[in-house]
Design a protein around this ligand. Structure first.
Ligand SMILES: [Ca+2]
Ligand SMILES: [Ca+2]
Ligand SMILES: [Ca+2]
Length: 804
């Protein structure tokens, strides 16, 4: 019996394999992203005991005992159902989330009953319970007592069936009072080899942001393929890194409505990171899994509101990423570079209830570091003021922000935290240094009972949800008298309905200019209109100063800041660098970055549909680009990338044929026509509709070959002499060294050696005819230039002539 069964199992495997091969070869171009014949039943052969199975409990009366028996159809075990209370009493497996409405499935199972008192034959059903009172018989068989019967059939779930609950079970035909005749209706039975094969469960809904979220020509929001909040700008070697709360983590747009549930900060435990050298073209470096069980610091649960600082510790450059672990504490992880890799030097939080001087701070979060020539400091805190304070003081001077000195290792504190008496303070303190002064900016609160009720704001103090700032000579001392005004009003003033709420800013310096970062749910607004769900996007404006050191209040807009430099295309560029894009998403992949090094994360561009595109801003091609090479993984045949200048519908200057093997990474190269000077570059994807076309890792342009040349001034002319036509060719050596010159016409060639600089090579070639058709003469100069023998050909045309 065993031998027979094993053979049968092998056969089933072989059949399934053959079906898969057929599918692959028949419909490669339209291959769905899931296997169409996935086994959906877990432990269908009961070889793992009753794992994955339980007794149908759709009705309170549906009871039975489920065990295994060695009287199996195949393998060592099968399921035995005894003590059945109803006809529905039988083994059940939950297929919720595995099956889809509208799809067809193949169900097979082996079933057998043996009881002496049972009838000679008995019908059995495989039935789906869709929840409540909704049951559908899928497949049935009439079994003969003492023999294995085979359930084998297809069923299609109606397109309008709610499959939120879908539980498969096995039963006998329903009767209202089965206990009146238990031998007929409630016999024990054995089940084995249950299989349901069909379309796999749908993957998680797409998070791809399909709208045009950053308009070509505009520089805010910084990115449009993902969100990012509480941005902290950090500059290293001319590149700005923006560390942000990963608002995208919980973004889950409904597949039908496109609307995501409201943001849930409690689920955010990643920091998301982008960088740019020009403030317009931003490279996605993906997410840093900071907190949570898989996090760099698993003793923290959340990672909000990052702050970054660099310090050389014991001769080693280190990068310290501070973050809020929810509202209750703050922590730090250490990077070997601004892009990591990351480690935790601590096993408990850096700022918490034990931090001296911070006891009265409600929210010990929003840590922002500052490193000066004299020391390192951490600013943090926010939330409701101590209720022991008078209401008006709680409102106007809540004393909820702190500054504390960081230890030399940057991952410890020293001394006692000092109060930052920021007017109407809510949270989000950050400090930068300029001309020996320390500027502390922060977000103001909206009043309400948390802050002692809606007291009157003191004259000159910020209104609700604004960014105020203070100027001090001492990074540890910010008394209320250092308050200097509002740096940035609420973003809703600039971006309108749906963009309100508090803000979180930073200021960084790049090439002598200061820049103000803030967030606003502008991308969320472009997706959903004025009813946003709290998903925020990073923005930058320039911050300028008055002669007295105070700031010019920042005006938010979509235009953003000027691009500070052109992009050099003659290097490997990560394809996950966008000035603008539409329809694309990114994903981290194994291996390092071709542009940023082995230790840096690498991402690829995904969800590439026909019509999707990305663009780079102000790319300087100089004297010209001859070709572009992309590292790609085609997912279908027949896709291309069209390269255009200045407009995504502009003329195509080159086409990358994605004709390398499907599913494999390879380099493809396209020649370019007429690409020189400074342009925006658009990569537009074309190919079959309805499928992902390709993944893209990098772009790289190659300059026109422009090596040294032997310059000659060449002329050719047709002449008549004694009724015969001649072609006279003259080549003047413009090089500053002697050159050999070869003159070539259809009527002969001549080499003139050692033509001195400024001298000529000359020959008049006889045609031996009275007439001459127009043609071209060639003069090739050969000389040693910079130690290398260079040969350069030049052409000169001559006209037709008749000497008759
Ligand atoms: Ca079995
Ligand atoms: Ca897409
Ligand atoms: Ca890449």
């Amino acid at each position: 019996m065993d031998t027979h069964h094993r053979r049968r199992r092998r056969l089933r495997g072989a059949v399934a394999g053959a079906a898969l091969v057929t599918l692959l070869s028949a419909s490669l171009a339209a291959l769905p992203s899931y296997a169409a014949d996935e086994e959906l039943v877990v432990n269908g052969g009961f070889e793992d005991g009753t794992t994955g199975w339980f007794v149908n409990n759709g009705n309170a009366t549906d009871k039975a005992v489920l065990s295994t028996t060695d009287q199996a159809f195949a393998g060592e075990a099968a399921a035995l159902t005894t003590e059945r209370a109803t006809t529905g009493s039988g083994p059940m497996q939950d297929l919720s989330g595995k099956v889809r409405a509208g799809e067809t499935y193949e169900l097979t199972a082996k079933i057998r009953y043996d009881a002496a008192a049972a009838p000679a034959t008995k019908q059995f059903f495989a039935t789906m319970h869709y929840g409540g009172g909704s049951y559908t018989n899928l497949v049935s068989v009439t079994a003969t007592k003492g023999q294995w019967a085979t359930l084998d059939g297809r069923f299609t779930i109606p397109a309008d069936q709610n499959v939120g609950t879908a539980r498969l079970f096995f039963e006998t035909p329903w009767t209202s009072n089965p206990s009146a005749d238990p031998a007929t209706h409630l016999m024990d039975f054995v089940l084995d080899d249950v299989s349901v094969v069909g379309a796999a469960p749908p993957g998680p809904p797409s998070k791809t942001i399909e709208v045009l979220g950053k308009l070509p020509g505009e520089h805010n929001p910084l990115i449009s393929h993902k969100f990012g909040a509480d941005g902290f700008g950090f500059v290293e070697d001319g590149r700005v890194y923006m560390y942000m709360t990963n608002d995208t983590q919980g973004y889950a747009p409904d597949p039908v409505t496109g609307v995501s549930p409201q943001i849930n900060y409690g689920s955010i435990n990643q920091i998301t990171l982008i960088s740019s050298e020009d403030l317009v073209n931003w490279t996605d470096h993906g997410e840093i899994q900071v907190a949570g069980p898989q996090g760099v610091a698993p003793f923290t649960n959340n990672s909000w509101a990052p702050g970054m600082a660099k310090k050389t510790v014991d001769g080693v450059d280190k990068y310290f990423l501070y973050y809020a672990n929810g509202g209750g504490s703050s922590n730090v992880i250490t990077g070997a570079s601004p892009l990591g890799p990351w480690t935790s030097e601590r096993d408990s939080t850096l700022i918490d209830g034990r931090t001296p001087g911070a006891e009265a701070v409600a929210w010990k979060f929003d840590p922002a570091p500052l490193v000066t020539d004299d020391g390192a400091y951490l600013y943090f805190g926010g939330g409701p003021a101590s209720t022991s304070m008078p209401a008006a003081e709680r409102f106007n001077n809540p004393k909820n922000i702190r500054v504390i000195e960081l230890g030399d290792d940057m991952v410890s504190t020293q001394g006692t935290a000092a109060v930052v008496d920021a007017p109407v303070a809510f949270e989000a303190a950050q400090v930068f240094e300029r001309d020996g002064k320390y500027y502390l900016s922060y977000s103001s609160h909206f009043g309400g009972n948390d802050f002692g009720g809606n007291q009157a704001t003191l004259p000159g103090y910020p209104g609700g949800g604004q960014i105020g700032y203070m100027i001090s000579d001492d990074p540890m001392s910010f008394p209320k008298e250092t308050y200097a005004g509002v740096m940035f009003p609420n973003q809703s003033q600039f971006f309108g309905a749906g963009t309100g709420g508090n803000n979180h800013q930073s200021v960084f310096e790049l090439d002598g200019k200061y820049y103000f970062t803030y967030h606003a749910p502008t991308l969320n607004k472009r997706i959903n209109g004025s009813t946003t769900q709290g998903y925020r996007s990073p923005h930058i404006q320039e911050l300028t100063f008055n002669a007295d050191g105070t700031v010019q209040q920042v005006v938010g807009d979509y235009a953003g800041v000027d691009q500070v430099k052109d992009l050099d295309p003659f290097q490997v560029l990560e394809a996950e660098t966008f000035a603008w894009q539409q329809g694309l998403t990114t994903a981290k992949v194994d291996g390092g970055s071709a542009q940023f090094g082995d230790q840096a994360p690498n991402l690829v561009v995904r969800d590439v549909d026909a019509g999707d595109w990305s663009a780079l801003s102000s790319v300087d091609f100089g004297d010209g680009a001859a070709s572009v090479t992309a590292r790609v993984k085609p997912l279908v045949e027949g896709a291309t990338v069209e390269v255009r200048l200045d407009d995504r519908e502009g003329a195509v200057v080159g086409t990358l044929d994605l004709d390398t093997p499907v599913g494999e990474w390879a380099d493809v190269t396209a020649a370019l026509e007429g690409v020189s000077g400074v342009h925006d570059v658009y990569f537009t994807f074309a190919g079959p509709a309805g499928v992902d076309l390709v993944e893209v890792d990098t772009w790289e342009f190659a300059a026109d070959a422009a090596g040294p040349a032997v310059e000659l001034d060449v002329t050719a002319s047709a002449r008549c002499l004694a009724g015969k036509a001649y072609v006279a060719v003259r080549a003047t050596n413009l090089a500053d060294v002697a050159a050999d010159v070869e003159l070539v016409t259809p009527f002969g060639a001549r080499v003139v050696r050692d033509v001195a600089p400024g001298a000529n090579a000359y020959q008049s070639f006889a045609t031996r005819s009275g007439s001459l058709a127009a043609g071209v003469a060639t003069a090739t100069g050969t000389a040693v230039l910079d130690g290398v023998t260079v040969e350069t050909a030049h052409e000169a045309a001559y006209g037709d002539l008749s000497c008759g």
